[in-house]
Design a protein around this ligand. Structure first.
Ligand code: GLA
Length: 410
C-alpha cells in the first residue's frame, strides 16, 4: 500500500526534466545565424545545409581547439528535413542533401568526440516551412533517440500560443521515455514574451535545460544591444531561474561573422559569459580569422561562463553610459567571499576610449578587504582594497572584463 502511495506521488515528479545534463551552460556550434536556410547546393555548394557542411564543421570543432575548450555540441538547425514524412510517418532528411541519413551523420559527429544536436518544431511546420512535430511528438522523440541525438532545439512556429507550454511539457515526457539523455532546448518564451505574455519560468526550469527567451539574434551590433536591453530590463524576473541544468538563452554567438567589429565581438563574448548564457557559436569555422577564434577560445572567459556556482550575472549599474555587469564566481576565500567577473560595456558614441573612475565598493564587492583584479583582455593584474579607485578605459562599443579575486587572509 505504501509502495502504491509512493508511486502515486512519484509519477507526476517523473514528468519533470531530470536528465542530469547541462550542469553548466551548453557550449557548441549551430548553423542558423551564419548559414540560415541555404538549400541551393548547386549555387552555393560550400555553404548549403547538407551533410558535407556538418562533417566539415565537426572536423574543425575537433581539430582547432574548440572541443578542447568545451564546445561539444554540433547542432543542425532548420531546413535539414524532407518536406514529406516517410511512409511510417517519421521525419526524414532531405535525401539529396543528406544521402547517408541523419544517423550516419550523428555517428560521424560522435566519432570526433562531439555530441550531436538537431532542430524540430512543436507546431505544424518549422519556421522555414518543414514538417513540424504537432501530432507526431512521440514518434519524433523516438526517431531522434534512434538517431542518437544528444540535444534537441524545439522551436515554436506554427503553433497555438495557448497550447505551447503544455505541448513542450508533453514532448519533454516523450524524450524522457526514450531513456536517452537529450538536452532539451525550448523556445516557448520567445513566442510569448514579445507579445507581452510573461512566461512561467518555474515550469520552464522544470521542463527544459535551456530556453530562448526573446527575438532571434542577427549579425548586427544593434541587435546584440537590443537583446541585452531585454535581458537587463527583465533580469529581476528571469535571472534567478538560470542555474545548474536550466539556463536562459539570449541566442547564438555571432563572433567571426560580418556584423561585429573586433571590440564588439569581445563585448558579446564577455557579457554572454557573465550572463551564464549558452555559448553556441554560429560562424564558418573553415574561414574564421584567428583573432576572432582567439576570442571564442579564451579560457578565462569560458571559465567565467562555466563557473560551477552557475549564477546568471546582472547589470548592476550604468555610469556615464557604461553598463556594468557582475557575476559571482569561484574561488571563494575562507570567509566565503566569492570572486566576481565584472564587465564594463560602453554604449557611448564619442569615439574614443572613455576613462571611468570606479571602486569595487561602488559595485558592492566588499566582502574581502583586498582583491586582486585582473584585466582579462589586457592581461594585467593589480591588488587593491574595495575603496581604492581604479580607472577603466572602455573603447567605443567595446568592453573591459575584470576578475576580482579575494586575497586570502586579508
Ligand atoms: C526561429 C528560431 C531561429 C531559427 C529559425 C529557423 O526563428 O528562433 O533560431 O531556429 O527559426 O527557421
Amino acid at each position: 500500500m505504501l509502495w502504491l502511495l509512493l508511486c502515486a506521488v512519484y509519477i507526476p515528479l517523473g514528468q519533470t526534466l531530470d536528465n542530469g545534463l547541462a550542469l553548466t551552460p551548453p557550449m557548441g556550434w549551430m548553423h542558423w545565424q551564419r548559414f540560415r536556410c541555404l538549400v541551393d547546393c548547386d549555387a552555393y555548394p560550400d555553404e548549403c545545409i547538407n551533410e558535407k557542411l556538418f562533417r566539415s564543421m565537426a572536423d574543425h570543432l575537433a581539430a582547432d581547439g574548440y572541443l578542447e575548450a568545451g564546445y561539444e555540441y554540433l547542432i543542425i538547425d532548420d531546413c535539414w528535413a524532407s518536406k514529406e514524412r516517410d511512409d511510417q510517418g517519421r521525419l526524414q532528411p532531405n535525401a539529396t542533401r543528406f544521402p547517408n541519413g541523419i544517423k550516419a551523420l550523428a555517428d560521424y559527429v560522435h566519432s570526433k568526440g562531439l555530441k550531436f544536436g538537431i532542430y524540430g518544431d512543436y507546431g505544424t511546420k518549422t519556421c522555414a516551412g518543414y514538417p513540424g512535430s504537432h501530432g507526431h511528438l512521440e514518434t519524433d522523440a523516438k526517431t531522434f533517440a534512434e538517431w542518437e541525438v544528444d540535444y534537441l532545439k524545439l522551436d515554436g512556429c506554427y503553433a497555438d500560443i495557448d497550447e505551447l507550454q503544455q505541448g513542450y511539457i508533453e514532448m519533454g515526457r516523450y524524450l524522457n521515455q526514450t531513456g536517452r539523455p537529450i538536452v532539451y532546448s525550448c523556445s516557448w518564451p520567445a513566442y510569448q514574451e514579445p507579445l507581452g505574455i510573461k512566461s512561467n519560468y518555474t515550469v520552464l526550469q522544470e521542463t527544459c535545460n535551456l530556453w530562448r527567451n526573446w527575438d532571434d539574434i542577427d549579425d548586427t551590433w544593434s541587435n546584440v544591444t537590443n537583446i541585452l536591453k531585454w535581458f537587463s530590463d527583465n533580469q529581476d524576473r528571469i535571472a534567478s531561474f538560470s542555474g545548474t541544468s536550466h539556463w536562459n538563452d539570449p541566442d547564438m554567438l555571432i563572433i567571426g561573422n560580418f556584423g561585429l567589429s573586433y571590440e564588439q565581438s569581445k563585448a558579446q563574448m564577455a557579457i554572454w559569459a557573465i550572463m551564464a548564457a549558452p555559448l553556441i557559436m554560429s560562424v564558418d569555422l573553415r574561414t574564421i580569422e584567428p583573432k576572432f577564434r582567439d576570442i571564442l577560445l579564451n579560457k578565462e572567459i569560458i571559465s567565467i561562463n562555466q563557473d560551477p556556482l552557475g549564477v546568471q550575472g546582472r547589470l548592476v549599474s550604468t555610469v556615464k553610459k557604461i553598463d556594468i555587469w557582475t557575476k559571482p564566481i569561484l574561488p571563494k576565500d575562507e570567509s566565503g567571499a566569492t570572486s566576481a567577473a565584472i564587465g564594463f560595456l560602453s554604449n557611448r558614441v564619442d569615439g574614443y576610449p572613455y576613462r571611468l573612475n570606479i571602486t569595487l565598493s561602488d559595485l558592492n564587492i566588499t566582502a574581502a578587504s583586498q582583491y586582486t583584479v585582473k584585466d582579462i583582455f589586457e592581461n594585467t593584474t593589480i591588488t587593491i582594497s574595495p575603496s581604492d579607485e581604479i580607472i577603466v578605459r572602455v573603447k567605443p562599443t567595446g568592453v573591459v572584463l575584470l576578475i576580482a579575486t579575494p586575497v586570502s587572509g586579508k
